[in-house]
Design a protein around this ligand. Structure first.
Ligand SMILES: Cc1ncc(COP(=O)(O)O)c(C=O)c1O
Length: 368
């Protein structure tokens, strides 16, 4: 049996009876931009995550760019973040003409190492951007204390973790709803996904919320009057229809992701390093990522067996040409070693147990 990384077709079939009439209704209503579903989705997403404001936009990348701009990040500023993430976490810092400062990660959680963040703070640090990588919540309370001490902003990249509980120290909120601003993505592979691109920022701060809206609509506070350099960044009505339907199922899907992860853990823990859930919040397993010294061989065997798998991420950002100007010869050994050993396995919530068992059997046979 061939097993895809993500079974979007199965998900569509499951939700089809709800999605198709709602889409037809929105098509007939013809309010394609700024329509009622976008407004309703913003309210529902804010209530779900535990934030005062939610502002929809065109992608997770835009959410990060808008957040950095709303926080006033500009040329000469430094922003501390992780090198082990998707490029958008840091390319958006360059888009603001600021300097990303990459620090190494924790070898088990793959998230930012707090001690290294502390050591990297300088008088030019204006923001810290933690990523809840692969769905595992970062410990945000100490990062927030650090930001308060040094007068900088905390911007959460929650693109891979929408729906993850941050735990008791974060007032029972969900990822994205604790920093000054939280950003997420609705790219089709994400835990909450659209049928195209989409993104969202969350904040409790009324002034930041207003600024995020201004920046997302051409820098305009009053129609046809433009105050700052802004963007055209909107979530469209049809994507909002999909997201409203899927938001109602998100907790159920994330619970299933956790069940799949514990089945994988049971079947694989003695042959590879299985993901470490550090227990500070609730992992939502956007990815199930194992570590093995025989990663390349394993990837080849799985591919030949018709099982999809992927390396997220093969090259940490500080080793990318894009960031050579600021990080030419910087070495971050944990991120570099993780990039050589990591392999993400299929973890769609609609995967069946027998598919997981088949994947585990192929891995065990390859490594034993
Ligand atoms: C950690 C992280 N940040 C940002 C993004 C950017 O999101 P988008 O693809 O919606 O622009 C992604 C998604 O791919 C991501 O995984």
């Amino acid at each position: 049996m061939n097993i895809p990384m993500l079974d979007l077709k199965a998900e569509y079939e499951l939700l089809r009876a709800e999605i198709e009439p709602a889409m037809l209704q929105a098509l007939a209503a013809c309010q394609y931009i700024g329509g009622p579903n976008v407004k309703a989705f913003e309210a529902e997403a804010a209530a779900y995550a535990g934030s005062r404001h939610a502002i929809a936009c065109a992608s997770g990348t835009d959410a990060l760019l808008l957040a950095l701009r709303a926080c006033g990040i500009e040329a000469g500023d430094e922003v501390i973040t992780t090198p082990f993430t998707f490029v958008a976490t840091a390319s958006t810092i360059l888009m603001c003409k600021a300097t990303p400062v990459f620090v190494d990660i924790d070898p088990r959680s793959f998230n930012l190492d707090l001690d290294q963040v502390t050591a990297a703070i300088t008088p030019r640090t204006r923001a810290i951007v933690p990523v809840h990588l692969f769905g595992q919540p970062v410990q945000l309370a100490p990062l927030r204390a650090l930001c308060e001490k040094h007068g900088c902003k905390l911007i959460e990249d929650a693109a891979q973790s929408f729906g993850a509980d941050l735990g008791a120290r974060c007032a029972g909120r969900k990822s994205g709803a604790y920093g000054d601003i939280g950003c997420t993505s609705f790219y089709p592979s994400k835990n909450l996904s659209a049928f195209g691109d989409g993104g969202l920022t969350l904040t409790d701060d009324d002034a930041l919320a207003a600024e995020l809206r201004v920046l997302a609509s051409h820098g305009s506070r009053q129609r046809y009057h433009h105050h700052v350099l802004g963007y055209n960044s909107r979530l469209d009505e049809l994507q909002a229809v999909i997201l409203r339907i899927k938001l109602k199922r998100l907790d159920e899907f994330n619970t299933r992701r956790r069940a799949i992860a514990s089945l994988y853990d049971r079947l694989l823990a003695d042959v590879v390093e299985t993901p470490f859930a550090d227990g500070h919040g609730r992992h939502v397993y956007h990815q199930y990522t194992i570590l093995s010294d025989r990663r390349d061989e394993l990837q080849k065997t799985l591919t030949e067996a018709g099982i999809a798998c992927a390396v997220y991420y093969p090259v940490p950002l500080h080793r990318q040409e894009l960031f050579a100007a600021s990080h030419g010869d910087v070495r971050l050994p944990v991120a570099e070693r993780t990039a050589q050993r990591c392999l993400s396995l299929p973890i769609s919530p609609l995967l069946r147990d027998e598919q997981i068992e088949r994947i585990a059997t192929v891995i065990r046979e390859a490594l034993q």
